[in-house]
Write a protein that binds this ligand. Structure first.
Ligand code: ADP
Length: 251
């Protein structure tokens, strides 16, 4: 579902991703861990087309995200193709990024109506269903500012799901939450991972969560995957010294 093939990303003279290759299969939950500055957020930003690759190919669902085929050549994708690829991917951010002046329900119906072309009634039915799913069925008419951080993050998750993404990107989604609200959000994500068939790429410092929910964990350092494996193996018996050092520092 997601493939990075020799992806290079430079900012000026700095190489942030240095020929990165990895895949995530349909429905797989892949966690990206590693020290700050190792390139994890850059990977999500490339998938969101907020940045363009400097080299290599990213594909989503078999379609090149940053490039398109012209004859037997790959050329940079035009805006239309980028937008189409972009619609397959949803993202949940650290800071929720909800519209504060709209009701919870409107936060969720805006994009399905304006981007997917759903009728307002259809979008609203779906939004109510999603809000029930995330445990906020009774808060549809509230404004987000009246909700706790954990509830706001659950609205943001419902908003991402409303766009029916094939891939959901999670960027440190609990790091802005008070500690007592973290478990509720992580439980919800675990449930979605088990029940939806969506492919998840999750950048996280929550090692317990990564261990519990992931199918596979990728350990990054300096723009490369230094080790990958099933969570039990990577957390209990890491093969690489760099992974051992990192886990020792954070656990
Ligand atoms: P992580 O998410 O693992 O903490 P990032 O992907 O945020 O790492 O950053 C990787 C490296 O890329 C860092 O050294 C960061 O300073 C650099 N970087 C990220 N975005 C930019 C940018 N827009 N311009 C210049 N350098 C950047």
């Amino acid at each position: 579902m997601v493939e990075f093939d020799g992806v290079v990303k430079r900012f000026g003279a700095t190489t942030v991703l240095d020929g990165l290759s990895f895949t995530a299969a349909p429905g797989e939950f892949v966690s990206l861990i590693g020290p700050s500055g190792s390139g994890k957020t850059t990977i999500l930003r490339l998938l969101m087309t907020l940045e363009r690759v400097s080299g290599g190919v990213i594909s989503v669902g078999g379609e090149p995200l940053s490039h398109m085929r012209r004859g037997d050549r790959l050329v940079p994708a035009d805006d239309e193709h980028l937008a189409a690829a972009r619609r397959r991917i949803g993202m949940v951010f650290q800071q929720f990024n909800l519209f504060p002046n709209m009701s919870v329900l409107r936060n969720i119906t805006e994009a399905p109506v304006h981007v997917l072309g759903l009728s307002p009634a259809e979008a609203e039915d779906r939004a109510r269903e999603l809000l029930r799913l995330v445990g906020l069925g009774d808060r549809c008419d509230e404004h987000p500012t009246r909700l706790s951080g954990g509830q706001q993050q659950r609205v943001a998750i419902a908003r991402a799901l409303a766009m029916r993404p094939d891939v959901l990107l999670l960027d440190e989604v609990t790091s802005a939450l008070d500690p007592e609200l973290v478990a509720g959000v992580l439980d919800l994500l675990g449930e979605l991972a088990r029940t939806t068939g969506i492919t998840f790429l999750c950048v996280t410092h929550e090692m317990g969560f990564a261990r519990q929910v992931s199918d596979r964990v990728l350990m990054f350092d300096a723009g490369r995957v230094v080790e990958e494996g099933p969570p039990e193996q990577l957390f209990s018996d890491p093969r690489e010294e760099r992974t051992r050092e990192f886990l020792h520092a954070v656990l």
